[in-house]
Write a protein that binds this ligand. Structure first.
Ligand SMILES: C[S@@+](CC[C@H](N)C(=O)[O-])C[C@H]1O[C@@H](n2cnc3c(N)ncnc32)[C@H](O)[C@@H]1O
Ligand code: SF4
Length: 379
């Protein structure tokens, strides 16, 4: 089976930086949003990357950020057309765009659809105004609700809501209120992330008071039960969907597929045309250099074979149902025998399921994922 190929496109601007976020983006000012130049640079960047994936077909595109909904639909349409001129798209290709409530209105959503976007991901985070304020968000709960209504009304049947829990001052009731409100819109896909206090962010430097371990556990277990009863499949650590609505783009990451990454701060991973090496690469985070083609590529390195097992597992074991054992060889080029003693150890410790046709965590393995992963780190 050929290794699926996706494309990630990074849009590194936001109206305001959120104090918890360490994704690469800068705050937009009147004179630092070089939309047209950036779009042209993206096309050039894509063209340069193309020789690494000759004759292959794209299965998904994800325009993420930052805040891609700051782009005009015309720019998105131009960009997708230019990409399509250079590579073939799988017939049912999934093309997602991340949108922030507060940056969208009805006509833009209509035009994004016309531009070729067929899946929207809305960064809701919470439906409570006091929580949104503490998170430094620019939108309020009513705008979040409006953006969902608009997405549905213009015909996006594939859309995702991003919610976070473990928020400052949040209690169990608050977290369940957010989930229930999300469910009232019947979203086909829901990402429910635990807030991480990332080191290089204002929240990392001055941590706000967040729920205790016990409260978090109650939020997780009660929240998951609620989602399960509402018909959602918990298919990845933080991700739930209605059957058939998994995010194909992220599935490709978790199944250790290939992806090109274009844009300032983007990264990619691909298997060489002869199948002998797996390469990771990173693009510069200097937007001006990126646009002027001054060292767009920051770093490119072959993943050493000894690191492939842990890299594969870090992704595959995020999936609740795991992956077929055969995928290990398909995606890493290594014989599964090379990890047989690690697999055995993880199974003996009840961290991995005993069924050898799959590589899949047990409930214990999910809870202590890091312990399970450690077993696959090269000595
Ligand atoms: C890369 S962000 C971009 C989405 C969009 N700009 C927005 O904020 O709505 C994608 C998602 O990651 C999640 N996220 C960002 N920082 C996080 C953090 N520190 N902890 C947990 N989730 C986080 C948020 O739910 C966010 O919607
Ligand atoms: S969370 Fe979203 S809007 Fe906030 S800074 Fe990060 S990418 Fe930008």
């Amino acid at each position: 089976m050929p290794i699926p190929l996706s494309l990630y496109i990074h849009i590194p601007w936001c109206l305001k930086k959120c104090p918890y976020c360490d994704f690469y983006s800068i705050q937009v000012h009147q004179d630092n949003f070089y939309e047209d130049q950036y779009i042209k640079a993206l096309v050039q960047d894509f063209e340069t990357d193309l020789h690494n994936v000759e004759q292959r077909t794209l299965t998904s595109i994800f325009i993420g950020g930052g805040t891609p909904s700051l782009l005009s639909p015309q720019s998105v349409e131009y960009l997708l057309n230019e990409i399509h001129k250079r590579i073939s798209f799988q017939k049912d290709i999934e093309i997602s765009l991340e949108a922030n409530p507060g940056t969208v209105e009805q006509q833009r959503f209509v035009d994004f659809r016309i531009a070729g976007i067929n899946r929207l991901s809305l960064g809701i985070q919470s439906f409570q105004d006091d929580k949104l304020k503490k998170l430094g968000r620019i939108h309020q709960a009513n705008e979040a609700k409006q953006s969902i209504e608009i997405a549905k009304s213009v015909g996006f049947d594939r859309f995702n809501l991003d919610l976070m829990y473990g928020l400052p001052t949040q209690c169990l009731k608050d977290a369940l209120y957010d989930l229930k409100t999300a469910l009232s819109f019947n979203p086909p896909h829901l990402s429910w992330y635990q807030l991480t206090l990332e080191q290089n962010t204002p929240f990392g430097r001055h941590p706000p008071q967040t729920p205790s371990e016990n409260e978090l556990w109650a939020i997780q277990t009660k929240g998951q039960t609620l989602l399960h009863k509402a018909g959602y499949q918990h298919y990845e650590i933080s991700t739930h969907s209605k059957p058939g609505y998994q995010c194909l783009h992220n599935m490709n990451y978790w199944q250790f597929g290939d992806y090109l990454g274009i844009g300032a701060g983007a990264h990619g991973k691909f298997t060489t045309n002869n199948g002998q090496k797996i390469i990771r690469y990173y693009k510069t985070t200097n937007i001006k250099n990126y646009i002027s083609n001054h060292s767009r590529l920051n770093e490119m390195k072959t993943i050493p074979a000894r690191n492939l097992p842990i890299e594969f597992m870090i992704n595959a074991l995020r999936l609740i149902e795991g992956v077929p054992a055969l995928l290990f060889r398909e995606r890493t080029g290594l014989n599964i025998k090379s990890i047989s003693s690690a697999l055995q150890q993880a199974r003996e410790r009840n961290l991995l399921d005993k069924n050898k046709k799959f590589i899949k965590t047990t409930a214990l393995g999910q809870r202590f994922l890091n312990d399970c992963l450690e077993i696959f780190i090269a000595p």
